[in-house]
Design a protein around this ligand. Structure first.
Ligand SMILES: [Zn+2]
Length: 379
C-alpha cells in the first residue's frame, strides 16, 4: 500500500503488511503487560518471564486482529469483491476491500464476520484456561486474550460507521430505505456521535488521573471521527459530482512548452512569470509529455541552463490521461489511485484540456453558487 509497510506475505491472495506505527503500539502494549498487568496478577515471575509473556501476548493480540480482518476479507472474496491487502497499524487492522458490497445482506455478513472471529477466539481462550491452569504464564496469557477478544467484539459492535457495528447499522438502513448513500451518511453520523463520546470520556479520564489510558481512548475517538467524516464527505462529493463529465470541469487554458526549452527558461518565463505549475510538453504540434514544478525541482539548480524540458518530462506513454466524457467522480478516484494532482484530458488521443483537483473544487464552488444540491437519491 505505502512505503511505510513491511510485507509479511500473502494469505488467500491478500497481501499482509505491518505499518511502522504498529511497532509503537507493540512496544507500548508489551511494556504495559510486562511492567504492570502481569506483575499485578502473578507475583513471583522473573523479569525475563514478565517481558517474554508480555511480548508473546502482544503478538497474539495482533494475530487476533489479523484473523478479525481475514474474517471480513474471506466473506468479501466469497462475494467476489477483491481484497488487496490487510495492514496492521497503530489502531488495529485495516483490510483494503475494493468496491462496495453488492447488497445489504452482503454488507451485513462481511461486517459481522470480523467480530464473530473474535467471539470464537474469546470462547476458545476462555475454555483452554482450565487445561493450562498449572502453568502460570499460559494461564495469564489465555485469560488476557479471552478478555481482550471479548473487548474487541464489544468495541467493534459500537453502531457507528466505519466500525463493524456501524456497517451493520448501514446494512439495516440500506435494506429499509433501498438507498446506500443515505444509509452511509446515517451510519457515519452515528459514528461521529460515538467518536465524540470517546473523546469526551477519554478527556474525563485524563483529568481524573488516568493520563495514558484516557489519552488512548481520546485518540481512538479522534481517529474514528476522522474516518466517519471522510465517509460523509465522500458520499456528499459523489452526490454532487455524479452525472457531471470531465469536460465540464477541465481547464482549457493549460500551458504548452516546446520540448527543447531549457529548465532555466521554463522557470524564468513561465513559472515565475505566470505562476503555472504544470505544462504540457510539445514536439512540433504533438504532445510528448508533461512537466511539473516537482520534476524541475529534482534537477540541481546549476544544471537548469543545460537541461531541456524533454529530458525531465513525464513521457506521454506514462501519463495517466482521462477521457473528456468520463465521469468527474471517477476521474477524482483515478487521481487518488494514481497519487497525482492533475491529469491531461484527451479526446480521440488528442489532449484537449487539463483536469486538476483545483479545477474540481472550482467546479463544485460554481455548482454551489447556482444552488445545485447533492443528489443523495441516486445509489
Ligand atoms: Zn472489523
Amino acid at each position: 500500500m505505502t512505503k511505510s509497510n513491511i510485507p509479511l506475505g500473502k494469505l488467500f491472495g491478500i497481501q499482509i503488511g505491518l505499518d511502522y506505527s504498529w511497532f509503537v503500539i507493540f512496544a507500548l502494549l508489551t511494556w504495559m503487560l510486562a511492567d504492570s498487568y502481569y506483575p499485578d496478577e502473578f507475583k513471583n515471575w522473573s523479569p525475563l518471564l514478565y517481558w517474554l509473556t508480555g511480548a508473546v501476548t502482544a503478538i497474539l493480540l495482533f494475530v487476533s486482529v489479523l484473523l478479525h480482518e481475514l474474517g471480513h476479507s474471506v466473506i468479501a472474496l466469497w462475494y467476489k469483491i477483491p481484497v488487496r491487502s490487510i495492514t496492521l497499524f497503530l489502531f488495529g487492522g485495516i483490510a483494503q476491500i475494493e468496491g462496495e458490497p453488492p447488497s445489504a445482506v452482503a454488507e451485513l455478513l462481511i461486517a459481522i464476520a470480523g467480530p464473530l472471529v473474535n467471539l470464537v477466539l474469546a470462547v476458545s481462550f476462555y475454555t483452554v484456561q482450565a487445561a493450562v491452569s498449572g502453568l502460570e504464564p499460559l494461564l495469564g496469557l489465555t485469560k488476557y486474550l479471552a478478555y481482550i477478544n471479548l473487548a474487541l467484539v464489544l468495541f467493534n459492535l459500537i453502531p457507528g460507521y466505519p466500525l463493524d457495528g456501524g456497517r451493520v447499522l448501514r446494512a439495516i438502513v440500506w435494506a429499509a430505505t433501498g438507498n446506500m448513500n443515505r444509509s452511509t451518511v446515517v451510519a457515519a453520523s452515528v459514528g461521529r456521535f460515538f467518536a465524540f463520546l470517546l473523546i469526551f470520556a477519554g478527556t474525563l479520564q485524563m483529568f481524573s488521573g488516568n493520563l495514558g489510558g484516557g489519552l488512548w481512548i481520546a485518540l481512538i475517538g479522534w481517529f474514528l471521527d476522522n474516518a466517519a467524516s471522510v465517509q460523509i464527505q465522500q458520499v456528499t462529493l459523489r452526490g454532487l459530482l455524479i452525472g457531471h463529465r470531465v469536460k465540464q470541469a477541465m481547464s482549457t487554458r493549460y500551458a504548452i512548452v516546446p520540448d527543447d526549452l531549457t529548465l532555466q527558461q521554463l522557470v524564468d518565463e513561465q513559472i515565475l512569470g505566470c505562476g503555472q505549475r504544470s505544462f504540457l510538453v510539445n514536439r512540433g504540434d504533438r504532445t510528448v509529455g508533461l512537466i511539473t514544478l516537482h520534476r524541475v525541482k529534482e534537477v540541481p539548480r546549476q544544471e537548469w541552463a543545460t537541461t531541456r524540458a524533454g529530458e525531465v518530462m513525464l513521457p506521454y506513454q506514462q501519463l495517466k490521461c482521462i477521457d473528456q466524457d468520463a465521469e468527474l467522480w471517477s476521474a477524482l478516484q483515478n487521481m487518488d489511485r494514481n497519487g497525482v494532482n492533475q491529469m491531461p484530458v484527451v479526446q480521440a488521443q488528442h489532449v484537449v484540456g487539463m483536469l486538476s483537483r483545483e479545477d474540481v473544487i472550482t467546479f463544485l464552488a460554481t455548482l454551489q453558487e447556482f444552488g445545485i444540491q447533492p443528489s443523495t437519491q441516486k445509489t
